[in-house]
Design a protein around this ligand. Structure first.
Ligand code: GLU
Length: 693
């Protein structure tokens, strides 16, 4: 990713003489005057953020800070990432004007086959079982990522950068609300492991908010690394204990596998979105390519005009996601084993062909992968398309910018929360379950093979202008990472939101027709209107992702950041600008109504007060019913002004709208059915939102 050096020189001069008050970059608005000037970190935990800030304060650069933050996160957020896992670090080196990706993804041990996760009958072992044995553990990459990043870009020693983490592990840290919640949710997994339960339980009870989390064994391990360097993770006592523990739990990993682990430098994937550069993680992550595909598909629409989280925007977004995730399943995996058609997948003509499949009025049930190989050299390898949804885990993403303009965007993971649930006894760190990111079913591009890296969704990304990044952004959340990153980018670029608002704006996720996952505060009217187009919203809202972003306006030299509230996300600027996310309100369960209304077997999100039984017949509040049946759009509501108290007979109204209707008196359930392909919403007009097609 070299950009002309002369260009860099011009930019440098320009940045020095840039007038005060010059134009802001996406994600920053004029009310955000107090940007930092000496470096800034955005991290999912305040104590790790503080460690990063102090490194910057003491003269370290963004890579030094990133190394110290990762080590600290291993202590203060041990369920999400650490030396027992892997990740992708994206580094922008200001001096070289170069973006580099360090691939620290876990590798499959040498002694595995594509049938690793099949039972005796040849059926995939259920995820709940397969992710907690030694077979799930991939050879970790994180210590080597830190070693490589420091060797190439660092200015401080590993010995110094690990010191704060050692102190935190040795003296203990207070459990925050987020960790307490995760320990509680995973107590049965942790209880099954002696070493882990000794750390995360006290007198047989899971640690609670405010309790002290002491990790003496981890402190000991970190001291070994401090003395002998990160390479000591891969040979000697730590490697021996790790391999023994994995083998004791049915895995095959050997000390040799650990010794053979290598990080890889990959060329990031890149495209432009409305004139901005988007640079993200290459395979073995599917994240970058899929984020880029979604953005490019959306570039064909006037997203700004549609408005943030409007029904129209969310409809096109869902359809774009379906197309991109279909390609992801068919083509994206470890490139060292199968060639990934990276050019074809981002080719403008190919994307135009794919965009034509999107229908303005309805969600398309049958979405298949396209043929990107037609748009680039090479040939498709005949592989089965395996569509397996990996359960959503967690992970962590943090972003750093320093006073020299270097930036780091780093997504790092042990896969599920607390990974495999296995802690290396005597060494105090959790082992990943990254092997379950491979397909359990053999035959596809992402099948298990020795030495291969499982397909990831992690998408550490840079958003830039004229070859220079101004924003580092990313998220955890398995396949939902892709949606979180793409949506936050559109929120800043198209919807002109400042970064914090862009992060907190509710998101959706849908990898395939028809189910849509949604965050609290996606408006009920919007959901109803989208259901009329054939989308199926999950019954209850769920949080999606956990985005951390850092911004540098290279013209003014000011730095800003945004952090998510599903953990204690924290932004700390060295001289100024700080932010700590507030814990979100618990998600409300819906109160039961007098009956339920279902469309194609999915329950409509009506609240109990919107449903009424009159003479034993189901009535629904008029505006809500008309929205759900596709007879009204939310944008018409202002003109329409139905009163809150007017109710319509649901069955006859639905028949009139072309639904087949059944009323089950006993179950108190009204079922509506309509072939999704038949949906042709008569009230939809041509409002010119398509830019190209
Ligand atoms: N294992 C996931 C991936 O690499 C990350 C874990 C998560 O955030 O769910 O895509």
């Amino acid at each position: 990713m070299k950009v002309l050096k002369s260009f860099f020189a011009i930019m440098l001069v320009f940045s020095v003489i840039a007038p005060v008050g010059s134009a802001e970059v996406p994600g920053v608005n004029r009310s955000m005057k107090q940007g930092a000037t000496k470096g800034l970190v955005s991290v999912s935990h305040p104590l790790a953020a503080k460690v990063g800030k102090e490194v910057l304060e003491n003269g370290g650069n963004a890579v030094d800070a990133a190394v110290a933050i990762q080590l600290s996160l291993n202590v203060v957020e041990p369920m999400m990432s650490g030396i027992g896992g892997g990740g992708f670090m994206m580094i922008y080196d200001e001096k070289e004007n170069d973006i580099e990706m360090i691939d620290g993804r876990e590798m499959a041990p040498a002694n595995v086959t594509s049938k690793l996760f099949l039972d005796e009958k040849g059926k995939p072992v259920p995820f709940s079982k397969r992710h907690t044995t030694g077979k799930a553990v991939g050879v970790p990459g994180t210590a080597r990522v830190l070693e490589q990043a420091l060797a190439d870009h660092g200015t401080m020693t590993f010995e110094k950068l690990i010191e704060p983490a050692i102190k935190q592990a040795d003296k203990g840290v207070k459990v925050n609300w987020s960790m307490a919640q995760y320990i509680n949710e995973n107590k049965s997994k942790l209880k099954n492991n002696k070493a882990a339960s000794e750390i995360f339980f006290q007198n047989g009870e899971p640690l609670e908010e405010g309790d002290l989390l002491l990790q003496k064994d981890l402190a000991k391990t970190f001291r070994i690394l401090q003395e002998d360097g990160p390479a000591a993770f891969y040979e000697g006592d730590i490697a021996k204990a790790l391999a023994e523990e994995v083998q004791a739990k049915e895995g095959t990993m050997t000390e040799e596998d650990l010794k053979n682990y290598t990080v890889k430098k990959r060329e990031p994937v890149a495209t432009t979105y409305r004139g901005y550069d988007v640079i993200s993680a290459a395979p073995p992550s599917s994240g970058g390519l899929t984020v880029l595909q979604i953005l490019k598909l959306m570039e064909g629409y006037d997203v700004k005009k549609m408005g943030a989280n409007s029904p129209q925007y969310l409809h096109y977004l869902t359809e774009a996601m379906h197309l991109a995730y279909a390609d992801r399943a068919a083509y994206m995996a470890d490139e060292d084993f199968y060639s990934v058609p990276k050019e074809g997948l981002l080719n403008e003509e190919y994307l135009k062909e794919r965009r034509k499949l999107i229908n303005k009025n309805r969600s398309i049930p049958e979405v298949k992968e396209g043929d990107p190989w037609k748009y680039q050299e090479g040939e498709k390898e005949k592989k089965k398309v395996v569509k397996e949804e990996t359960p959503i885990g967690q992970t962590t993403h943090f972003s750093v910018v320093d006073k020299w303009g270097n930036m780091v965007s780093y997504t790092t993971t042990i896969e599920q929360v607390f990974g495999s649930g296995i802690m290396v006894p005597g060494y105090g760190f959790m082992l990943n379950n990254e092997m379950t990111d491979f397909d359990a079913t053999p035959g596809g591009v992402n099948e298990v093979e020795p030495g291969k890296r499982p397909r990831s969704s992690m998408s550490p990304t840079f958003l830039g202008k004229d070859g220079k990044p101004f924003m580092a952004i990313g998220s955890p959340g398995g396949p939902t990472i892709i949606a979180s990153v793409a949506e936050t980018i559109m929120n800043v670029v198209d919807h002109d939101m400042p970064i914090q608002e862009a992060i907190l704006t509710p998101r959706i996720y849908s990898a395939a027709y028809p189910t849509v996952r949604w965050e609290p505060d996606i408006d009920q009217n919007t959901r109803l209107e989208l259901m009329a187009k054939g989308h199926a919203f999950e019954e209850t809202a769920q949080h999606i992702g956990n985005v951390q972003a850092a911004i540098l306006n290279r013209e003014t030299g000011k730095m800003y950041g945004g952090a998510d509230n599903t953990r204690e996300g924290t932004v700390l600027g060295v001289d100024r600008f700080s932010y700590k996310a507030k814990q979100p309100k618990p998600i409300q369960e819906q109160k039961e109504g007098p009956f339920t209304v279902k469309v194609n077997n999915v329950e409509y999100p009506y609240t109990h007060d919107q449903l009424k039984l009159i003479d034993g017949k189901p009535y629904v509040q008029a505006d809500k019913l008309l929205l759900g049946l596709g007879l009204l759009k939310t944008s018409d509501l202002k003109m329409y002004k139905p009163t809150k108290h007017s109710y319509l007979p649901a069955a006859t109204t639905a028949v009139g709208a072309g639904f087949e209707v059944e009323w089950d008196e006993e179950k108190k359930e009204l079922s509506l059915e309509r072939d999704p392909v038949e949906i042709d919403n008569p009230i939809d007009d041509e409002d010119g939102d398509i830019i190209t097609n």
